[in-house]
Design a protein around this ligand. Sequence first.
Ligand code: ADP
Ligand code: ASP
Ligand code: MG
Length: 814
Amino acid sequence: MQILKFGGSSVATAAAIQQVASLVEKATQRGPAIVVVSALGGTTDTLISAGQQAAAGQESYRQVLQTIEQRHLDVAKELAPVTSQSGLLSRVKQECNDLETLCDSVFALGELSVRTLDRLMSFGELLSARLVAACLHARGLDHACHDSRELIRTNSSFGNALVDFQTTNRQIQTYVRNYPHAAYIVPGFIAADAQGATTTLGRGGSDYTAAIFAGALDAEVLEIWTDVSGMMTADPRLVRQARPIPRISYQEAMELSHFGAKVLYPPTIQPVRQRGIPLLIKNTFAPEDAGTRVEVAPPATGEVVRGLSSIGQVTLLRLEGGGMVGIPGFSMRLFAALAREKVNVILITQSSSEYSICVAVLTADAIRAKAAADDEFAFEIGTGKVDPLVVEADLAIVALVGEKMKDHPNVSGRLFNALGNNGINIRAIAQGSSEKNISVVVRAQDVRKAINVLHESFFEVQTKQVNLFVVGAGNVGGKLLEQLSRQRAYLLRHLRLQVRVVGVANSRRFAFAEQGLDLTNWRESLEQGDEGNLADFLQIIKTKNLRNTIFVDVTASGEVARCYPELLSRGAAVVACNKIAGSAELSYYQQLKRLSREFGAAFLFETNVGAGLPIIGTLNDLTRSGDEVYRIEAVLSGTLNFVFNHYDATVPFADVVRQAQTEGYTEPDPRLDLSGVDVARKILILAREAGQELEMSDIDNEAFLPASCMEGSVEDFYQEMARQEPHFQQLYREAADAGKQLRFVARYAEGTAAVGLQAVASDHDFYSLQGKDNAVLFYTSRYPEQPLVVKGAGAGADVTASGVFADIMRATRQ
Ligand code: ADP
Ligand code: ASP
Ligand code: MG
């Protein structure tokens, strides 16, 4: 005998039922089959809702019943040929009338007992069995349709009844022996107690009905036909990359289903496992897909973890108290109290000091559980030996399942790493000694992220997804997005990185796409995006809570620089070309560094100094490898270098500055460059990275611009500079007459730093710097006389963007 079970979505429409009928037909060519059917998808929920409305005295239950009836009549009309329709239609109507009568009495009584609810829910399966049978009849297949309530005997625990296997097995065996057919259609989910009252086997229980038949008849196979191609590595509604598990052990399948894999109702495994009956999970809508085979010993694969699952709506209960230490019986009393209240404990941890026991229960049970425990320990609570039960809600459990985990070290290490790197806090952990299951309790809002992170870590080693949020869509931002777009395919192929820009914002609006924005037309997306400010954008980052998030700041905004602590504390990396944070008050810079370490989230700002040149990275490499940097000399302003390379007193100084601005080498406000403030910030950042605790006010800035130039607007600045032309001419002549070149130089030595104009002779490293070049000389213990020199273009949107890009790549490796 083969047992085939078709779930709610497999029988949701007439077309789906036709597909079921052809699968049944095919199966019967191999031998007789029992076909267990669920209610038409969604019907059970609708029936419950009708019952609740009736009990609450709401007449709307009648409309709900009306839609149920109409849906079944419509399917019936499509399935049965016109000639034999009337019999089927009147049977459907008859069932619906009985259902209405039942709901009318619920309405009249204003009460819906669990017993009545079972009777009410049973109509879903009774109706669908009729429809499937009618379809097989129309195809001329020899079959019988039988009510499972006459075959499956349970106790009277309505809502989740326990099966009396002795009676059930006997009844099923006798029935099949006495009525040989090619196919038997039976409703899933429903059964009856010894008095004949309708019971149900728990939500999702049709799977179990099928397993009961399989066990009773020692079937060759149990096939669960559903809407996905097998039991998958994770819930496909949570993880897009989830894929079917080809073969899995009974034990693993049971663990996964216990911990939330809805595709299989947990009790289903037991009856087939006892007899070694293979269990297949197949897709009704893609029958050629292999699906999943559940068996005793599936062959080994390279994967250590077989699958992931999760349970939402979990609450932790903690029993604590100094009076518990060393006294036996506390745990036993806690569990007994919970058992009396029929509270199912999902997970248990106990600290080795025995000072606290922690159990996870479904949130729906939490209030009853707390009351039961507080009641049990009322005396100890009264005498202060034990504290009242501590309740922590809004949690979820994520479980790793796999029998091979016990043979592999570091599975939990990888789990902690993956979650920790993404700012996901673990509230409790449980690992059975058999190590088939490692479960962690996390905040409910982190569950999707946690499952995706773990899926990536254990099943997608080949690719890592990185989610970027870019703030600032100006010159540098634009170039960065262009470069990212060009490099996408390369990164995927060679570095196995799937880099997605999920959000882009400017100061007025933002665009967001969870699957990644199309970078070929991001400007249009931004233009059509939502209006909103930084706070709105941050809110999205927070609520989306995506794994491997990198926040990229390509603005020059102080407001943006102030939101890094929140991001780093959530485990998001921050990559900034914005210099404000690095050069803000020392305590802020130190706070960011600390948060980065504490939460394992990168904070990178290479482009703060020398655009794309590897200056901060080089300095970090030197100090981390034990070198001591005692002096830094640097030309750090591409703008000033450009200006002094082009200014020869023939064209006004102001015009040369304007040219630098037009060519995009200056800060948005060129006075930041000309005043030396920008260079001062850069040497401050270098000094801090070299380990010196300096404030901006400690940097000695010998300004060369007359103070009058710094007043008023940018336009006033240009006009005043024009008026001050003789000053600039004099600076130039003095240097030129001595055969020297003007450079704006930053210096750091012996714990102090200064910036200022300097005339350098022709043998100096800085003399022949071209265009907008920067140069940095590091004098260290290892490079005492001949400094380590980093030199090259130190300004420009393209090189800055490439420096930001390089930081993004570094952040992905953390
Ligand atoms: P049926 O109505 O056929 O009984 P269910 O809705 O009960 O189907 O179960 C199938 C659904 O279970 C899938 O559509 C999927 O969304 C969900 N599911 C959750 N976890 C898993 C998993 N690990 N593998 C496959 N499906 C899963
Ligand atoms: N129809 C029932 C439910 O929705 C049983 C099942 O589908 O397995 O819970
Ligand atoms: Mg199901």
